[in-house]
Design a protein around this ligand. Structure first.
Ligand code: DGT
Ligand code: CA
Ligand code: CA
Ligand code: ZN
Length: 580
């Protein structure tokens, strides 16, 4: 716990952890419950607890928070530490919390596994089960061991979230499936999917229909379903392969907008919406917006626009509903200027058969032109990327000559820039010579190797590339692969500052496996005045369609067209390059 102005969700998480560790240590249930209730109450608060404490507000007047929790909140806010929690952490591995959540286990069994076999996380639990060690413990047996193994599989898979592009595929299959159901009037996918988050925990479908039963019957026929988890009159939950859950809700047409607003979330956005409504004497829930003095009076609910209108807000694009910038005074302008896919005029990062791409320069250019783009840059790998047969100086220069020839055959409304994705080597130098790089129209520099170096070393390498006169942009600046590889350690603030100082771009790599920079980082860069560039990093024709995912990241970061270089038309792009 470092000292900073703690957010309510962080404070709530600490109390949740406290409750879990107390439960594991066999503490009395009343004390545990007090922490759980307190955590929930804090998570639902609109005002930061840190602010309330600064104003000497009496926290015990909040339902769910007693004297002990009020006092502990103050300790955390003031010092950044909670000694009792730290003591518990030193006594009990906090990873036992994952084990107590495996269906069929719980705190007592988790502690028994820890004491008897030293099992402290899901990996060691799986190993012990596979070796048959768990069955030997008193109170477990072979049956319990088998069921733990089965449940572990589900827990491990459920921990995996679906990438946004995989969720798109699933959603379109569901749309097709429901196209055969004439009883459906309206259908929309809500939740994190509608907010275009990079990964989706579960899919939330909303429909309006006069015959919910028929809709659910049709849903039950969806081929991927492995198990119906629950089915009621208006709600049904299923599990599809890979333990991914889909929730379907049937709502009344009068409540459509309210339900869509509620189930799109985020939870944090909705908490703020509700508090705004409250201050206007209104109550918002998934059924509508109601007058607090006469709760039978629904003042809005049929469409989302009116839900937002009655609480004094413009309609907020789903990507912005994260309680980050959407309640600011400038929100109307931000929405008006929010970047869209159709603003994109070019794509400045892609590969061809010269290295690890699947298509030729001509093919990539033709497809980009068909898609309505005005320019692309071909940016094959440099020689350090040996597995991709990266280009050395001579091959790069030969490719650029080829591009000159292809450009001559084009009609002038479309242009191919001569680019390179040049590796930033382990020692900080660039992979191609200065004389060679000078001849390129567009140089994007990337780190692909030496990613285990220290934060300082990697940051210095990137800063060196930013300062290099021939470099225009840094590609996938953090190197993460979503759900597969963590970002390498970098000092992003220093990189943003240098990019600003040297007038260089930072990339939002649109590949759904990367989305790098992410939404929050892109927003920091834009706030600092750094120009971003959204690129597909396409390795095939179909990859050129990935641009939308990068634009979603930019929208989630609240970016406008002006924040993004490749929204400029060909002429403006040419003059930007001439100046750089
Ligand atoms: P996910 O599925 O983990 O990627 O994230 P979401 O945002 O789709 O979350 P999910 O599926 O649990 O719920 C969908 C939306 O429903 C969520 O964004 C807000 C709303 N919602 C669900 N449960 C609650 C709740 O307990 N309180 C509030 N205020 N809203 C909720
Ligand atoms: Ca969801
Ligand atoms: Ca859900
Ligand atoms: Zn690339």
């Amino acid at each position: 716990m470092t000292k900073h102005r703690i957010r309510n969700d962080e404070l709530a998480a600490l109390f949740e952890e406290m409750a879990d560790l107390l439960e594991l240590s066999g503490e009395n249930p009343f004390r545990i419950r007090a922490y759980r209730h307190g955590a929930m109450a804090i998570a639902a608060l609109a005002d930061p607890v840190a602010d309330l404490i600064a104003k000497d507000f009496d926290l015990t007047s909040i339902e769910g928070i007693g004297a002990t929790l009020a006092e502990k909140s103050k300790v955390i806010v003031d010092t950044g530490h909670l000694p009792q929690l730290e003591k518990l952490r030193s006594e009990i591995p906090t990873t036992l919390r994952d084990i107590m959540r495996v269906p069929g286990l719980g705190a007592k069994k988790a502690m028994a596994l820890y004491r008897e076999l030293g099992i402290c996380d899901l990996t060691s639990l799986r190993e012990a089960c596979e070796q048959g060690a768990v069955a030997a413990i008193k109170g477990f047996g072979t049956k319990t061991q088998a069921s733990i193994l089965q449940n572990l599989g589900i827990v491990e898979k459920a921990a995996k979230r679906l990438s946004i592009d995989a969720a798109d595929t699933l959603a379109s299959r569901l749309r097709e499936h429901f196209a055969d159901c004439p009883e459906i009037e309206q259908i929309e996918f809500a939740g994190s999917y509608r907010r275009r988050k990079e990964t989706i925990g579960d899919l939330d479908i909303l429909v309006t229909s006069q015959s919910p039963k028929k809709v659910m019957d049709r849903f039950a026929e969806f081929p991927a379903i492995q198990e119906v988890l629950a089915r009621g009159d208006t709600k049904m939950s299923v599990r599809i392969s890979d333990a991914f859950q889909i929730d379907l809700r049937v709502v009344e047409p009068e409540a459509w907008g309210a339900a869509l607003q509620y189930f799109t979330g985020s939870k944090e956005h909705n908490v703020h919406v509700r508090s705004l409504a409250k201050s206007k004497g209104l109550k918002v829930n998934e059924y509508g917006v109601f007058d607090t003095h006469d709760e039978t009076r629904r003042v809005a609910g049929r469409d989302e626009q009116e839900v937002y209108r009655v609480i004094g807000l413009p309609w907020i694009p789903p990507e912005l509903r994260e309680n980050r910038c959407e309640f600011g005074v400038d929100i109307k302008d931000r929405i008006k200027n929010l970047i869209q896919l159709t603003d994109i005029r070019g794509d400045l990062h892609m590969h061809t058969t010269a290295t690890d791409g699947e298509n030729s320069i001509e093919e990539m250019a033709a497809r980009a032109q068909e898609m309505g783009l005005a320019y692309i840059a071909i940016t094959d790998h440099s020689k350090r990327v040996t597995i991709a047969r990266g280009l050395d100086d001579a091959r790069a220069i030969a490719q650029w000559r080829q591009i000159d020839a292809i450009n001559k055959k084009l009609d002038g409304s479309f242009h191919i820039f001569k680019g390179i994705e040049c590796d930033i080597l382990e020692d900080g130098s660039l992979d191609l010579s200065d004389e060679c790089l000078e001849k390129a129209d567009w140089v994007t520099a990337s780190v692909h190797f030496g990613t285990r170096q220290s934060r300082e070393q990697i940051t210095d390498r990137i800063l060196g590339a930013i300062r290099h006169p021939s470099v225009h942009s840094i590609s996938h600046p953090t190197g993460r692969l979503i759900s597969r590889r963590n970002p390498y350690e970098i000092d992003l603030a220093a990189i943003i500052q240098a990019a600003k100082e040297f007038d260089k771009c930072l990339e939002i790599n649109a590949n759904p496996e990367r989305l790098d920079l992410n939404d929050i980082m892109a927003s920091s860069a834009a706030e600092a005045g750094v120009l971003l560039v959204i690129n597909t990093d396409a390795h095939s024709l179909s990859n050129l369609a990935l641009m939308q995912y990068g634009v979603s990241v930019a929208r989630r970061g609240g970016l406008s067209k002006e924040n993004v270089l490749n929204t400029r038309d060909l002429q403006a792009m040419r003059s930007w390059l001439q100046k750089h």
